[in-house]
Design a protein around this ligand. Sequence first.
Ligand SMILES: [Zn+2]
Length: 266
Amino acid sequence: MTTAAAKALLNDEQLLRYSRQIFLPEIDVEGQQRLLRSKVMVLGLGGLGSPISMYLASSGVGQLVVVDPDQVELSNLQRQIVHSSDALGMEKVASAKRTLNGLNPDVDIVTHNRRLSEAELIEAARGADVVVDGTDNFDARFTINRACHAAGKPLVSGAVVRMEGQVSVYRFDQPGGPCYNCLYPESNTAPAGQGERSSWQNCSETGVLASVAGIIGCIQATEVVKLLLGIGEVLSGRLLLLDARTMEWNTVGLRKDPQCSVCGTE
Ligand SMILES: [Zn+2]
């Protein structure tokens, strides 16, 4: 692209701010402009939502809709790096907005300081290009999965506990793929199912190594940018698992459950 053509799409400050991304042939000026026109909803501004929202803001995603009902507490600061010590007691969405606009004033940050109902989530997901789940409990993840399925929008899902993490992408914008409920059926109350689920409880009960939340959140942010720009292959139909104690990564294939209560066809 000629300099003149590039300047027609982005101003001088943007060309400089995003230059290291624009140098990537997969992104270039057109890709950067596309990011600047994109809308992403980030659910949860905790250990995952912090790196997710910070990298999406610094990368120049045009609008971030951030949702979190909580206030910043001292025990959050170890891993929730979008919040600083002087934000104690603030709404997490207000604290995050301050940090994110400090990183990049170009980004429009829309905040919801409450838990959205399923109907509201569906509506908000319809208005977004991609939804990212950074919440820390199963109830929220099931609701978000159903809402994204209903809205037909891709969901980038992540979870972290202790020194383990997992990431997957559910392409509700394409037919035939699995959903989060295919992986962890909500209705599964059998002992085997509980065993699987109980190992991925809320980190407030089990603890989490801060940097492991950072790793998983960064992978989620990367998958979001790839989805927005159509780069490479995302973790669709695959679950990426990290055990940071041994620093071993595993990928397992995910199959659609035809009897899934959310996306099943039978
Ligand atoms: Zn399903």
